[in-house]
Design a protein around this ligand. Sequence first.
Ligand SMILES: Cc1cc2nc3c(=O)[nH]c(=O)nc-3n(C[C@H](O)[C@H](O)[C@H](O)COP(=O)(O)OP(=O)(O)OC[C@H]3O[C@@H](n4cnc5c(N)ncnc54)[C@H](O)[C@@H]3O)c2cc1C
Ligand code: SF4
Length: 566
Amino acid sequence: MSEYKYDAIVIGAGMSGSWAAKELCEKGLKTLVLDRGRNVKHVQDYPTATKQPWEFDLRGDIPLSTLQENPSISKCYAYREDNAHFFVKDTEHPYVQLKPFDWIRGYQVGGKSLMWARQTQRWSDYDFAGPARDGFAVDWPIRYRDLAPWYDKVERFVGIAGNQDGVDTVPDGQFLPAWELNCVEQYFASEVRKNYNDRQVIFGRCAHLTKPQAIHIEQGRGSCLSRKECERGCPFGGYFSANSSTIPWAYRTGNMTLRPHAIVESILYDEQSARAYGVRVIDAESKEVTEYTADVIFLNAGAINSIAILQNSISNRFANGLGNDAGVLGKYVAFHNYRAKITAQYEGMANRNVIGQKPTSAYIPRFRNVYGQDTDFMRGYAAGFDARRQPDSADTEGLIGQALTQRMTNYQPKLSPWLVKSHMMGETIPKETNLVKLDTNRVDAWGMPLIQISIDYDDNDDKMMIDFFEQFTEMFEKAGFSEITKIDSQQAPGLDIHEMGGIRMGHDPSTSLLNRWNQLHACKNVYVTDGACMTSTSTQNPSLTYMALAARAAHHAVEALKKQDI
Ligand SMILES: Cc1cc2nc3c(=O)[nH]c(=O)nc-3n(C[C@H](O)[C@H](O)[C@H](O)COP(=O)(O)OP(=O)(O)OC[C@H]3O[C@@H](n4cnc5c(N)ncnc54)[C@H](O)[C@@H]3O)c2cc1C
Ligand code: SF4
């Protein structure tokens, strides 16, 4: 039976679970890491990483029939022929959209850390203290100072490129050198500085090794070469993924057992000891059911799947899902509003262009309602910004065969004016009505209840979008940009891929599920450290914070086990 008994179990080998696994293994705990997907080994399982465009049958496109059969995933900007093998197809893992929700998933060892866009801004006390100040959610039981040392630790190991910007909404950290913003991005940054004293344009911090340190070389990772093919898996380990970094690191301790194709059906609870004692797993290939036991369990299946696992963990003590004394399990789910985009042209710097590329862009930290309430909506938004030129398509339009060949030989492209664009990343307000629950009638191919999702925008999101358009129109006009176009993509929630909440942290067990260490209030040896634990959403990308929370909670679990306190 020893192969079924471990010190710790981690459910989900993605961004956050791999951090829990690394920390637990380093501290000497025999750790079983379960993931419902296949194993993806660094380098050898990146089949497209070094392919040239002409080696793809559809030059990067997805077949129309696949797009039509998988409407949700097809809307994701990152889903292409060269990395389709990392994305879950809607048809393979159906779910119920009570309201439109495009759920983007990566079921494999590494999870979505293989396909992410690697933006890594710290959260600040304007985020952690926000709900208490503005009264829109329960109070976070932690503050920035609780997480700061764990951000430091994660950033050093992951490798984050960035500048020390001194912006208090996105605290500085342990950064590797940043790339330069290009000339128009720098110009816009200086215009914004000149015209406003409450906003800045900075380099978006990102998980890329611009200058690998000893700790990265020890991981077997090398410099990012800026070739921007990251979502295929990077053979150099130039960006952080669980596959290139935390999973092999945990493996090297000799304490990790990794079990792919392991769908966790539920967490098992022992009423006598009032603790969880293990998990029930369905083999994704054979459908065989196995139970594994452990002293401590980390739940990191990705927010919505983590909610579903707790909801499916029924016992006499917890008839409505493990830890759900408050009745809020699956409720108060929130996300980021990415609907608004604004584009324009810049006729200046017509004699300049950029050679080469950078796998990130500029970032405008939140400036609305930061120091007080100064608009008619709650909270605020951050924004991405980038500027580029492209060959004027009219130059080669309509040409084919020999005429095209002649034009392309010694081709000196005519360039378009600079095209600038910005997209909004808006905080949404956690609401009881935005929820995830289990279908009581229908099950998936493994007998698991289908997941129902009912999540929507509200008036606050609309008001915020109007403000973004007004503010950025003004900022663009002041910078001399023309042809300003505002776009509301009307995209459904989900495509932001930042779903959070549902198993939220809070002081009070009657309104939240997790305490300040990410333990279930009502079952202390279960920790949840993925997006489900988030009390509110901030405007910053969340994964760096999940990783810091996971590392912090793992250390707490190790200490608590030593003291026999869980
Ligand atoms: C295109 C794209 C761009 C993104 N850009 C950014 C960005 O710039 N910055 C940022 O912060 N975030 C970004 N994200 C989001 C980021 O990827 C996620 O926040 C992060 O991966 C979440 O980590 P996680 O550990 O919760 O989930 P995941 O990394 O998805 O890992 C969850 C794992 O759990 C497994 N699992 C699920 N259910 C079960 C089960 N029942 N049993 C066992 N295993 C299970 C899955 O197979 C998966 O491997 C992006 C995502 C995508 C797809
Ligand atoms: S941009 Fe950097 S991380 Fe991305 S594929 Fe290229 S070398 Fe790898």
